[in-house]
Ligand binder design. Structure first.
Ligand SMILES: *Cc1c(COP(=O)(O)O)cnc(C)c1O
Length: 436
């Protein structure tokens, strides 16, 4: 499979190049040249397949030309070492719980897959004695921990996690600042968009790239974002098992729009989901686009759903490209919603009181958008993108609860913080990397 750039001014890339480069030469995002539909027979028996087997069939459409079946099967099966259950919240609303992985958020799926695929990509190079590969990742919270843990201890790869100082929760922070080994945390005096800008500048800097080998693990990387389509198929399979798969709506709490983009790829492969809702917090650039047809990036504002505090979602370029740059086509599949912190908090309290289900602030946006947007006869599922305990302070304060911290999260909190302080000036970051 070849990959083209959304900006259309870069040469086609192989899978290896797309994974290692992350971003194309013209700053565009890579897209697979074709999206293979899955056969009807697959959807006919999907309810009887395991999550891993469903995922393997999906992965084969994207990666099967490049990765031998046995290697790909192993990558997929190793990645999905945990379940993604669909849990009933109300009569017509289900929660797809994506927080049963090692760092308790959906990004574990893409990060674990990418670490394994990158290792597969690099093995021929390491035989030729090439130097170590450096993964740069900007995080607004959950990406950093998922990527750091996905790559922890992987030989030949060093990970730099850039995060905005004081803008991620203490629990999120300890999940990538306490690991040591091949993981370095960099605390940037700025917001998430500054971290993302530093990473993008690093990839564009010729001198730096001649000095060290850089690769990205942000949601822009095809090895991270394509595997996220796996669990949409599995959600559908679980609904089908319940006999509820006729009129399905999927709602995705969205920030950088990688997650929902994977869902839209799924639909293109034949996944029978009728329509999608992108739920935003106050960072409403995409919501505004749906209302007006105009895309205006903004500086992000801080909210209680902080993993969605993105003012210029990278993957908008992919969605735009996927729909042939047609505003009408985008609007026919996707609608939007945007909620203030106050509305998110209200939703969390109300859902807990009425259904007993504990939402996290991100999932709360998704739940509310379904509550408001579902039509007669539709069944909706939203993505519960993180475990509420990852945002314990906020959640307890809002809901008056004392939620329990799962053991695998507690383990991180015992570690000691190690991080490097950095300004938001690229010159400083470059000097640091040049000295490594
Ligand atoms: C990253 C993240 C999101 C946003 O996902 P995108 O793919 O960036 O749209 C939502 N919720 C949580 C908990 C996250 O970590």
């Amino acid at each position: 499979m070849k990959y083209y750039s959304t900006n259309g001014k870069a040469p086609l890339a192989t899978l290896q190049k797309a994974v290692v480069k992350g971003l194309a030469e013209d700053k565009g995002l890579y897209m697979p040249q074709s999206i293979k539909p899955l056969p009807q027979s697959f959807f006919g028996k999907i309810q009887d397949l395991s999550f891993q087997e469903i995922a393997y069939q999906v992965a084969d459409c994207f990666f099967g030309e490049d990765v031998e079946a046995e290697a790909l099967r192993k990558i997929v099966y190793d990645t999905l070492s945990f379940d993604v259950p669909l849990v009933k919240v109300t009569d017509n609303i289900f929660s797809l719980e994506l927080f049963h992985g090692p760092t308790l958020a959906f990004k574990d799926v893409g990060a674990r897959f990418m670490a394994r695929l990158l290792q597969w990509t690099l093995s021929p190079l390491s035989l030729k004695g090439e130097s170590q590969v450096n993964v740069l990742v900007a995080t607004s919270g959950d990406t950093g921990s998922a990527v750091a843990n996905g790559f922890l201890g992987v030989e030949g790869i060093h990970v730099y996690v850039l995060y905005p100082k004081g803008k991620v929760s203490p629990i999120q922070e300890c999940q990538f600042t306490t690991l040591g080994q091949n993981i370095t945390a960099i605390e940037v005096d700025g917001v998430f968009d500054d971290c993302q800008a530093l990473v993008k500048s690093a990839f564009m800097d010729k001198e730096l790239n001649e000095h060290i080998r850089l690769t990205s693990a942000n949601s822009i990387n095809v090895a991270r974002f394509l595997p996220q389509s796996f669990y949409y198929f599995y959600a559908y399979a679980q609904l089908k098992k319940l006999g509820l798969a006729d009129n399905v709506v999927c709602c995705v709490p969205s920030g950088n729009f990688g997650n929902i983009c994977s869902a839209l790829f799924g639909k293109r492969m034949g996944l029978p989901i009728n329509r999608f809702i992108a739920a935003n917090n106050e960072n409403d650039v995409f919501f505004y686009y749906l209302q007006t047809g105009s895309y205006f990036p903004k500086r992000s504002v801080q909210t209680i759903a902080n993993a969605m505090d993105v003012g210029d979602p990278s993957n908008f370029a992919r969605i735009y490209d996927l729909y042939g740059r047609s505003y009408e086509a985008i609007c026919s599949d996707i609608s939007g919603a945007s909620y203030s912190d106050e509305q998110i908090a209200h939703t969390m309290r109300e859902c807990l009181a009425e259904t007993g289900y504990q939402l996290d602030p991100h999932g709360a946006c998704g739940y509310r958008a379904l509550q408001e947007g579902l039509r007669e006869g539709e069944i909706g599922f939203f993505l519960e993108t993180a475990h509420p305990a990852k945002f314990k302070q906020v959640v307890d304060e809002i809901c008056g609860t004392e939620i329990e911290i799962p053991a695998r999260l507690q383990a991180f909190m015992k570690g000691e913080k190690q991080s490097v302080s950095m300004s938001k000036n690229f010159a400083d970051f470059k000097a640091y990397l040049m000295s490594r």
